[in-house]
Design a protein around this ligand. Structure first.
Ligand code: B16
Ligand code: MG
Length: 211
């Protein structure tokens, strides 16, 4: 791992597996509103992707169109189910080594930001009991451009008062690694070199980075 002054973490797939809850809510929407069965394989396409873009992908899969107003209603419906399902998230849902690695970095004086597409990031961090470990939180409420645009990570570096070149991004999605590289940051891919070819190094999970 390169020497860094700042660390910017994606949420889903890096710190917690919220993808399973997103999947169940999108699957219910596909069943109840779009008349098709949404598979776990198709769900892979939604990882790291914004809510609005996720719905567009579901509509493409179903071969249907909806007006912008109807799309907003469908997003709200999915989000209400998702929010209900994450209400009970607690520290048992932390991915292996995640909290320990955040603490390890803090003990070394590394500043920490979140860099997530999710608009529900804060209640999730609160449920996990780790919100206090972050010096800055940049989430879907604070950005206008989705990954692979680097906005979310550039805002993270800025909020930490650091040069992007002094920051590492921890990401599990292809678009997220692309965003990190476009922002001039070091990218740690949580996944395989095959899935994340643009990352500077790869680990299976944050637990592999513990001293
Ligand atoms: P919300 P990340 C992303 O989180 C998820 O991977 C993606 O599946 C989801 O659609 C997106 O957040 C938006 O989430 O509907 O809660 O705003 O990986 O960027 O932490
Ligand atoms: Mg992710």
């Amino acid at each position: 791992m390169k020497d860094i002054k700042g660390a910017i973490f994606d949420l889903d797939g890096v710190i917690v597996d919220t993808a399973k809850y997103h999947y169940l809510a999108w699957k219910r929407l596909a069943n109840e509103e779009l008349g098709f069965d949404f598979t776990p394989e198709q769900n892979e396409m939604l990882k790291g992707v914004s809510r609005v873009r996720s719905l567009e992908i579901l509509l493409e899969l179903s071969g249907q169109t909806r007006t912008p107003e109807e799309q907003a209603e469908l997003c709200d419906k999915k989000n209400a189910w998702y929010v209900e399902s994450i209400k009970s998230i607690d520290e048992s849902e932390l991915l292996k080594g995640a909290k320990e690695y955040l603490i390890q970095l803090r003990n070394k004086g590394v500043l920490i930001s979140l860099g997530s597409a999710s608009k529900n990031a804060v209640p999730i961090l609160e449920g996990l009991g780790i919100v206090d470990l972050f010096d800055a939180i940049i989430d879907g409420n604070k950005v206008s451009k989705a990954k692979p645009d680097p906005e979310v990570f550039l805002k993270g570096a800025e909020a930490l008062g650091l040069d992007p070149a002094d920051c590492a991004v921890f990401e599990d999605s292809y678009a997220g690694v692309q965003a990190a590289k476009a922002g001039g940051m070091y990218a740690v891919g949580i996944g395989t070199p095959e899935a994340l070819p643009l990352a500077d190094e790869h680990v299976a999970g944050l637990y592999e980075l513990l001293d």
